[in-house]
Write a protein that binds this ligand. Structure first.
Ligand SMILES: Nc1ncnc2c1ncn2[C@@H]1O[C@H](COP(=O)(O)OP(=O)(O)OP(=O)(O)O)[C@@H](O)[C@H]1O
Ligand SMILES: [Mg+2]
Length: 283
């Protein structure tokens, strides 16, 4: 059994509660994550689900250290990153990447797609940047000519491909994917998810996949964490969790889930992982 990529213990996050800001003095804190314990196994996709405001994004942002936890420990690949300063985080940053929800606002409108993808490569002092950008575009199925285009010249799905290309340009160990298809139409969603699934498999990525769409999580993720009001109510392998949810909240969440929003062909297709582990018929 290999060690998990992330080991999180007693994770608490408290942030200033601006709704209760007094006219003078300190803003009171509100506890958003209330002591979470979980591991993220290597080279697999973990789904994070739960109602709006349950703390999914806060959890994700603590993993990539966009937020500094208030209590507890976050261990990444045997490094305690809980309170590391930016300078000591820097060498780890290339392994902690993020695909944003809205590529329209996360891509700089004044820079070409090529220079957007090149930025993290240059920042990390890598050689052959041009070649690597070409590789990154090919990886996400975009033509090379897109390197000279700007974000407004791309469709929503193409923009999200650029977001993925940028996040994966440095071959990271971990990728946070927070509601990455929520702005896209049904068939484009399926294409982006197929791409993420294939690349996660090929590049042996560990992915935290935040989504409100349970049918997508069920299809894509090997294990699931269910959040409610800043706590984990249930976590476990996807099959077990959907077949026999233990916590009433999980049951409620599954029961309340409306019809899938996603392309039924994709939902019915075989996940990459299974394809790999199952020998071909007659073999
Ligand atoms: N910077 C912040 N300052 C204060 N409160 C915050 C901040 N960010 C989030 N919160 C609060 O923390 C709680 C959890 O927010 P979070 O964004 O993690 O939830 P979420 O599960 O990602 O929700 P959604 O599904 O709507 O994206 C919410 O009540 C939110 O209002
Ligand atoms: Mg969120």
């Amino acid at each position: 059994m290999t060690e998990p990529l992330f080991k999180v213990r007693g994770l608490k996050v408290a942030l200033p509660d601006m709704t209760r800001k007094p006219p003078f003095g300190r803003v009171p804190l509100v506890e958003i994550l209330k002591g979470l314990d979980f591991d993220l196994p290597r080279r697999s996709v973990t789904g994070i689900v739960g109602e709006s405001g349950s703390g999914k994004s806060t959890l994700g942002r603590s993993l990539v250290r966009l937020i500094e936890p208030t209590h507890g420990t976050v261990k990444f690949d045997d490094n305690d990153i809980t309170h590391l300063g930016e300078q000591r985080l820097a060498p780890l940053r290339r392994d902690l990447q993020m695909i944003f929800q809205d590529p329209m606002s996360s891509l700089n409108p004044r820079r070409t797609i090529g220079s957007i993808i090149a930025a993290p490569l240059k920042h990390n002092g890598l050689a052959n940047v041009g070649e690597r950008v070409a590789e990154a575009l090919a990886r996400v199925g975009l033509p090379q000519a897109f390197a000279t285009r700007y974000r407004h010249e791309l469709s929503g799905g193409q923009r999200q491909r650029v977001g993925i290309a940028r996040a994966l340009a440095l071959s990271p160990k971990f990728v946070l994917a927070d509601e990455i298809v929520s702005g896209l139409d049904v068939s484009t969603q399926a294409q982006i998810l197929t791409l993420l699934e294939r690349l996660a498999d090929e590049m042996e990525l560990t992915v935290a996949f935040i989504s409100h769409d349970l049918s997508v999580v069920r299809r894509l993720c090997r294990q699931v964490i269910v959040m409610r009001m800043g706590q984990i109510v249930e976590a476990g392998p996807t099959d077990t969790l959907f077949a026999a949810p233990q916590h009433p909240y999980t049951r409620e969440l599954i029961a309340a889930f409306p019809l899938p929003e996603i392309d039924p062909d994709w939902l019915a297709s075989t996940p990459v992982e299974e394809k790999e582990t199952q020998p071909p018929l007659g073999a």
